[in-house]
Design a protein around this ligand. Structure first.
Ligand code: SAM
Length: 290
């Protein structure tokens, strides 16, 4: 008859017992809304033969919910002082490993092999530390191991960027980095009241599911990434201008770009945010022919 860790009474008890003060510098905002946690777990669709990787278990609110549905949970926590607390709060579960490591320094591909998890369905589920949302997310997406899905709580603005459609202000190089690999949607918005302490911004639960292999093919990823980054270098400038800045402002380059635009159905005065991912892919192919 224990209260869940996320219950505000239990969270406050744990914090008092360990004289725990949330560290802002590590993005520590503990979830105390069980409905939100249940929604996160539902969105992951985790099953009893699947593996969960959690980033930043904090005091274990999400970790225990994951352990109740998954075969095993591996939770990476950077803050050493939370490790004994987690050993206490999660003592009733025998399918959790807490690992005291900086997730940005973990070689997840190696981790999967070392723990004999190849062939398993692995899902990443996390209430992310907001100060490093983007590098964590991109590492997971670009990892060699094809994580089936990522269910990530993040700052609402970032969730809007990764789920944006062409023509919207939020659409940019981050959108494309994510959507070339994953189908992304917002599951729900979460207000700051759901956390102790309250973050200054609203949050959202984003669900990213890996696209089928055939849809991900990009011939020359390094060139594609350069093209996309250059296209959004100065967001208010036209695509033509951004590309000229990148390739060099010569008449010859202007002709080449015009020609590529024509082949891809892109207007001469278009801005990067109006160009679909398919068109970016096509542009990369056309530039490579030149
Ligand atoms: N999962 C808990 C919850 O939902 O209540 C805590 C989430 S809190 C927003 C983010 C957690 O990530 C904190 O516990 C923080 O210490 C941890 N963290 C911050 N930077 C990290 C890093 N580089 N690697 C692993 N964990 C990190």
């Amino acid at each position: 008859n224990r209260l869940s860790i996320a219950d505000p009474i239990r969270t406050n008890d744990i914090m008092r017992k360990y004289k725990l003060r949330a560290k802002k510098s590590l993005g520590q905002n503990f979830l105390t809304n069980e409905k939100v946690l249940d929604d996160i777990v539902d969105a992951s669709g985790l099953k009893s033969d699947e593996i969960a990787i959690e980033i930043g278990p904090g005091i274990g609110a999400l970790t225990e919910k994951l352990a109740q549905v998954a075969e095993h949970v591996y939770a990476f926590e950077i803050d050493e002082s939370l490790i004994p607390i987690l050993a206490d709060t999660l003592q009733y579960y025998d399918n959790i490993d807490v690992i005291n490591q900086d997730i940005l320094k973990v070689d997840l591909d190696k981790f999967v092999v070392e723990h004999d998890l190849q062939g398993k369905t692995i899902k990443v589920v996390a209430n992310l530390p907001y100060y490093i949302t983007t590098p964590i997310m991109l590492n997971l997406i670009e990892s060699d191991y094809p994580f089936q899905s990522l269910v990530l709580m993040m700052q609402k603005e970032v969730a809007e960027r990764i789920t944006a459609q062409p023509g919207h202000r939020e659409y940019g190089s981050l959108t494309i980095a994510v959507q070339t690999q994953m189908k992304a949607r917002i599951d729900r918005i979460v207000g700051s009241k759901s956390f102790i302490p309250r973050p200054k911004v609203d949050s959202a639960v984003a669900v990213l599911e890996r696209l089928p292999k055939e849809e991900i093919q990009i011939e020359d990823p390094a060139f594609f990434n350069k093209l996309v980054r250059s296209s959004f270098m100065q967001k208010r400038k036209s695509l033509m201008n951004n590309l000229l800045n990148w390739l060099g402002r010569t008449d010859e380059n202007r002709e080449i770009i015009k020609n590529v635009f024509e082949k891809c159905g892109i207007a001469e005065n278009a801005r990067g945010e109006q160009v679909s991912i398919e068109q970016f892919k096509q542009m990369a192919v056309e530039f490579n022919k030149k």
